[in-house]
Design a protein around this ligand. Sequence first.
Ligand SMILES: Cc1cc2nc3c(=O)[nH]c(=O)nc-3n(C[C@H](O)[C@H](O)[C@H](O)COP(=O)(O)OP(=O)(O)OC[C@H]3O[C@@H](n4cnc5c(N)ncnc54)[C@H](O)[C@@H]3O)c2cc1C
Length: 532
Amino acid sequence: MDSSLNAGRRARELAEIRDIVVDVLVVGLGATGAGAALDAASRGLSVAAIDAHDLAFGTSRWSSKLIHGGLRYLAKGQVGVARESAVERGVLLRHTAPHLVRAQPYLLPLTPSVSPGQARLVMTGYRLGDGLRATARTPRHLLPGPSRLSAKRALTLAPALHERGLRGALLSWDGRVVDDARLVVAIARTAAAHGARILTRCRALSLAGDGAQVRDEMTGAEFGVRARAVINATGVWAGQLSPLVRLRPSRGTHLVLRPGSLHGLRTGMHVPIPGESNRFALVLPQADGRIYVGLTDEPVDGPLPDVPEAPESDVSFLLDVLGTVLREPVRRADVAGAFAGLRPLLDGPAPTHGPARIRTGGEAGAGTADLSRRHAVVTSPDGIVTVVGGKLTTYRRMAEDAVDAACPTASPSRTARLPLVGAGSAFEGGREHSPIAGRAPGASPPRHDPPARLVERYGGEARAVQDLALADPALAEPVAAGITLAELVWAVRHEGALDVDDLLDRRTRIGLIPEDRAAALPAAEAALALGR
Ligand SMILES: Cc1cc2nc3c(=O)[nH]c(=O)nc-3n(C[C@H](O)[C@H](O)[C@H](O)COP(=O)(O)OP(=O)(O)OC[C@H]3O[C@@H](n4cnc5c(N)ncnc54)[C@H](O)[C@@H]3O)c2cc1C
């Protein structure tokens, strides 16, 4: 079946689901819900999956984009959670999304504030992380091991570092996704290719074990969807639909620095947070030249916003931390944008009047004190299965566990070896990495092949996107951040973008910088007209 999502398909499938009973209704189309839709559809079940807004509207687009091997869980003694992360990282790198997920090198500068003892401890951690990689059978050519670099080499890779007192750097590798929102789109489209009805702008007003009351947010029409099983994958909002689930959201903020702000930076960085022995800020260069700097961790109380704001206090905190390792501090004016997301941390299940069944991922039989580090699958007495917690990296495993709980008689999950849309033949067997550049040797394509920028975002579909631009030179015009009008039209025709927000904030990330967003608005309007 076709993987294309668009307004026409949405209208058709929206009409269909009023008259049928689906095997599984999934509510929420972040990584977890899209993953559940794919998991169920690829087992041969009939699926409807809805989101109140858009694909990747929630937390999934606000992540640090790390596909991490679970080192931090290892440090806390949570071996099962760490291993699960490492295994899922390997699945993404090798089988399901080698076009979107790759190895990313990180430098930890050994400044005077990092003692030799602390450096040795961190290196031991990196080596243990490399051991996890090996036990997860991720080959070293996909994810190189850690090493120690001289100060000279460190300055070549990160010329903005302060050289005074610099003893060198530790280099480590982890996974990262090109764009978290694009990962979700790829998962949802792969589910659609397996027959799942993927319906955005459909809000679940209430859930029951046999369906949901739904409102089409485009027309205001309310209707019922009947289902044999219901999965609540609404992330930080899960408690609003299932009172059994209690969450303790925590806000994480990232800065978006203008391209060139950290002259010549060629790797990511781990920057020690002053006064903390084992916490680091992250510096994450993006393919478009922008640099993300994160990450705060602040508990959030009160009503949950649809789109969290990044407060100025988070911005200055991150700038201060970054400034501790740089020759010249980054100025506030170099911060072109900022974004914040809410972590759906589980606060243990709420007291219940009936027998709820709870399974936690990662480590069977573990206590509840640190439940928030894992994911949980909670089945309410009336049969609604809520899947929550976890992380982007483990979305596939969360989805598998949720479908296992919702549909115990279904065939086993197939998703661990199921390539996502775009994981085309060009990348079969994974890509080789040069030790430092973080890009495949020979990644610059032969002439006439699509440019590396398109291959990085579209994988096996890059040529089709390029063909669109070649057919009409007006579509080859860049809109902002190197994105062309052809990419926006592609998003309308194949990636389910229904309005300018979908185009600028989720199919592309132009919207992360407000002035880029304003400049791109007319092009987004034009793409909607051309794409329909
Ligand atoms: C700042 C930050 C950084 C992070 N970094 C990383 C990282 O680097 N690596 C990593 O692995 N993990 C990371 N995480 C964790 C990861 O992002 C989340 O665990 C994951 O994205 C959660 O996905 P989800 O699908 O469960 O929820 P969401 O992505 O929030 O999806 C929930 C969806 O449900 C929809 N919804 C809500 N209510 C309704 C309703 N009534 N009807 C229909 N739809 C509804 C929403 O619109 C939303 O699209 C990070 C988290 C944060 C906050």
